[in-house]
Design a protein around this ligand. Structure first.
Ligand SMILES: [Ca+2]
Length: 264
């Protein structure tokens, strides 16, 4: 199984090694994809999502239940000793698999084990029909819709995750899109990292802000808190385009067959 936490943590050394340079600004009119400077206690984890009031309806939604039932069969065969700990985590609305339709991407977690890479599901629902059912392994707590960055008529998605362990807090985001071959990552980034409770001393914290003008490159601005005792952030280097993602960094998304279900 893919070591997702390794991906989340792998860039720590690179980020910590970055040198402070002069401050700079992102492009005007840019859409913010992720603002990482929200601190250790920011309500981004499961259980505190701002969509909470709307999420409960997906717990009993027939197409989502259909997706979960199929995912149960998939993961039972895939994971030895699979134990279920189901949770519907959130949803996003947009036109994800084809243009000009209203779809909902519903994120659910089938099990909370292993913590470093639990089995997840993403159901795409259109007109109360399940049109896609994706199985994957990742640390993901929320799903968000992004603007159609590459102008193919399909909105992009972001999946945000957080890992907390041994005093280290690490948050990351995977950027994904549906193409002709299915769902595929087109970028990822660490968006927050703090070891202030890990016993390494006063390491401060790091954060990243991702923004984009649709049709242009995604811009990454990095920031740091020089001390664990301060709450203000200072820029770390110049804004830079998001680095290309390698195949080994991509999440493996598996399409679960919809059987007799009406598809798009
Ligand atoms: Ca697109």
């Amino acid at each position: 199984m893919r070591p997702s936490i390794a991906r989340l943590v792998a860039s720590s050394a690179l980020i910590f090694a970055a040198l402070t340079q002069s401050p700079a600004q992102a492009a005007e009119g840019a859409v913010v994809i992720v603002e990482g400077r929200t601190g250790v206690d920011a309500p981004t984890s499961e259980g505190s999502n701002v969509q909470a009031a709307d999420e409960s309806r997906w717990d009993t939604s027939p197409p989502v239940l259909q997706a979960i039932a199929a995912a149960r069969s998939y993961w039972s065969a895939e994971v030895p000793g699979y134990t279920e700990n189901l949770r519907v985590l959130g949803f996003a609305s947009g036109s994800f698999t084809r243009p000009d339709v209203e779809q909902h991407a519903v994120l659910f977690r089938m099990s909370n084990q292993p913590r470093s890479g639990p089995p997840m599901g993403l159901a795409i629902v259109e007109r109360d029909q399940l049109v896609r059912n994706i199985a994957f392994v990742a640390i993901a707590h929320s799903v968000e819709a992004l603007p159609d960055i590459d102008a193919d008529g399909r909105d992009e998605l972001s999946l945000r995750g957080e890992f907390v362990g041994q005093g280290l807090v690490s948050r990351g985001v995977a950027l994904a899109e549906f193409g002709d071959e299915g769902l595929d990552d087109f970028g990822w980034a660490i968006t927050f990292e703090s070891a202030c409770n890990a016993g390494y001393g006063d390491t401060g914290a790091l954060a990243a802000r991702l923004s984009v003008v649709p049709g242009a490159e995604i811009i990454v601005e990095q920031y740091r808190q020089p001390s664990c005792d301060v709450e203000s952030w200072e820029p770390l280097g110049e804004p830079e385009p998001l680095q290309a993602i390698s195949d080994s960094e991509k999440t493996v998304y598996t399409e679960i067959s919809l059987g007799d279900t009406v598809t798009d």
